[in-house]
Design a binder for this molecule. Structure first.
Ligand code: ADP
Ligand code: ZN
Length: 210
């Protein structure tokens, strides 16, 4: 199954992608995580993406399209994959179509802007492995420490409130038109993001298995 998760930054795409990836045994591919990893190891791509990412802007289409092209030809993608955070613009979606990738389902997780802003301020990530937590909704077992690798939890630079506002603007202008794009292809299902992570997961699985 080839799945795309759409939704605003902080709508919970990453968390849900992890759940689905375990359930269907297909990899979750997050362009955000791949870019952050490249930034950390200081590759050329990471250097190119840094200023965009930190200011809350989108990284140029050709850079992320290149990342996806390289990633989906890997062996673990042969039975499908979940795209989390890609595509984020119409040209990115068109590039996927041009690659001949046939997407089965697109699920949009809807969360109102006010809630997004509130959620993002509580988001924390592991400095070492990138795992994601929330001060309220997804607490680590020990405060400030990653359950998976004992790394330190930090706030992403682009999760600071002023940057969140511009990321939401970018989402509405660049990414939201994708709902229409996939609606027209008959692939879109909208799921309302719930207060509890598990409740959203249930709706998401219903949408995928409908
Ligand atoms: P979130 O979904 O919480 O915004 P991500 O980790 O998906 O976080 O993305 C963080 C940043 O990485 C984005 O703000 C953007 O700068 C960059 N990025 C990730 N995916 C893409 C993409 N498909 N196109 C352009 N930029 C991207
Ligand atoms: Zn960790």
């Amino acid at each position: 199954m080839k799945i795309i998760l759409l939704g605003a930054p902080g709508a919970g795409k990453g968390t849900q992608a992890e759940v689905i990836c375990n359930r269907y045994n297909i990899p979750a591919i997050s362009t955000g995580n791949i870019i952050r990893e490249a930034l950390k190891t200081g590759t050329e791509m990471g250097l190119k993406a840094k200023s965009y990412m930190e200011s809350g802007a989108l990284v140029p289409d050709e850079v992320v399209i290149g990342i996806i092209k390289e990633r989906i030809v890997k062996d673990d993608c042969k039975d499908g994959f979940i795209l989390d955070g890609f595509p984020r613009t119409i040209p990115q979606a068109e590039a996927l179509d041009k690659m001949g990738i046939v997407i089965d389902k697109v699920v949009d997780i809807e969360v109102p802007d006010e809630k997004i802003i509130n959620r993002m301020s509580g988001r924390r990530v592991c400095e070492k492995c990138g795992a994601s937590y929330h001060l309220e909704y997804k607490k680590p077992k020990v405060e400030g420490i990653c359950d998976a690798c004992s790394g330190t939890l930090i706030q992403r630079k682009d999760d600071h409130p002023d940057t969140v506002k511009s990321r939401l603007d970018v989402y509405h202008s660049e990414t939201e038109p994708l709902k229409d794009y996939y609606e027209k292809q008959g692939k879109l299902t909208v799921v309302e993001g719930q207060e509890e992570i598990e409740d959203t997961t249930r709706l998401l699985i219903e949408a995928l298995e409908a």
